[in-house]
Design a protein around this ligand. Structure first.
Ligand SMILES: [Zn+2]
Length: 333
């Protein structure tokens, strides 16, 4: 669905614009102050607590219009995003999800809504069109102009690139182990898939920018690379970001014909990827195989959250007893 729409959802853009207009936002990064205004405008009070249920980022008490957020300084999620996503469920009129598909669709919607507030459509498109005219499009410039993470900037770029700049693109978030956590494409890049078509949980090609960036000593600048693949030549740019669950690479790529609009196009880094051909990077070289086949017995570390395709419960991965007890304790009833 995201691919069919070029990852652009006008209905969420419109809701975000409406909210921004109502609190009198004009331009620049969305400050914590404006975000607090948004919450107040929507009739919610904010409560930072030390005992937020472990399986949650926020809990909303719809009865008393309270949003509970953590006091802790965990850097994994931008606190502004967490709050805007919580408000997104309310603004977009979400009901308790009926199934896992419903749950995922709501998450896509609230993520989109939060990003459309942090990087408002009009301001971001103006910024990108100027950069395109100067042939200087760069994700790190979007990050800096709107004071968001590289991941948020890169993902937001995919919302606007096709609709407003006429560019097809792909996005990838990859763990240092090589496993893909998030992916999007409408430019024909050949993501690895399992038999159900799932990309998340699959290992990314070792020749790709999203893997190569981990070996680049310069962590300050973006790393850009041309990669020849069976579906054409792509130019990709990536950075790494550290979080409590490890180091991740975030990358944006475009087909060769679009690279002229991007900073970093002069890179001399070049690689060849033959994936999904197993001889590309999935199968060990013949010499190593002849030495070790049958003589190695690794014990695998399980990625339980990725293996569990259909977690149980209305809010997968969330302990409802914990959440209800938490709300009961805080509401004083
Ligand atoms: Zn490969």
């Amino acid at each position: 669905m995201m691919r069919e729409r070029g990852n652009y959802f006008p209905e969420y853009e419109a809701e975000a614009q409406k909210v921004l207009k109502e609190v009198g936002y004009t331009t620049g990064p969305l400050s914590q102050h404006v975000i607090a205004d948004i919450a107040e405008h929507l009739g919610f009070t904010l409560h930072h607590v030390g005992d937020l249920p472990h399986s949650t980022r926020s809990v909303t008490d719809l009865k008393n219009r309270k949003i509970y957020l953590t006091q802790s300084q965990r850097q994994d999620h931008d606190p502004r995003s967490v709050l805007l996503q919580a408000l997104g469920h309310y603004v977009l009129g979400h009901e308790t999800p009926k199934n896992y598909g419903d749950f995922l669709a709501q998450r896509v919607a609230t993520n989109y809504f939060a990003a459309a507030l942090l990087l408002p459509e009009q301001a971001t498109v103006e910024f990108l069109q100027k950069a395109k005219a100067a042939k200087e499009i760069a994700v790190e410039d979007i990050r800096d102009a709107f004071a968001v993470s590289y991941e948020t900037a890169a993902h937001r770029f995919t919302n606007l690139a096709t609709k407003h700049l006429g560019l097809t693109t792909h996005f990838q978030k990859t763990h240092q182990s090589g496993i893909i956590y998030k992916a999007y494409e409408n430019d024909g890049v050949n993501f690895p898939q399992d038999h159900t078509g799932a990309i998340e949980g699959q290992p990314s090609c070792k020749a790709w920018t999203s893997r190569a960036v981990f070996d680049v000593p310069d962590k300050f600048s973006a790393y850009s690379q041309y990669t020849d693949t069976p579906s054409g030549t792509y130019w990709c740019t990536a950075r790494t970001e550290r979080s409590a669950s490890g180091e991740f690479s975030l990358s944006i790529g475009v087909p060769y014909q679009h690279v002229k609009w991007f900073r970093g196009r002069e890179t001399t880094a070049r690689a060849t990827s033959n994936c999904p051909d197993p001889n590309c990077c999935k199968r060990p070289p013949a010499e190593l195989t002849s030495q070790w086949a049958g003589n190695a017995w690794p014990s695998a570390r399980a990625h339980s959250h990725l293996l569990a395709a259909m977690p149980p419960g209305a809010f997968p991965g969330v302990d409802e007893t914990e959440v209800y007890s938490f709300l009961q304790a805080h509401s004083g009833s």
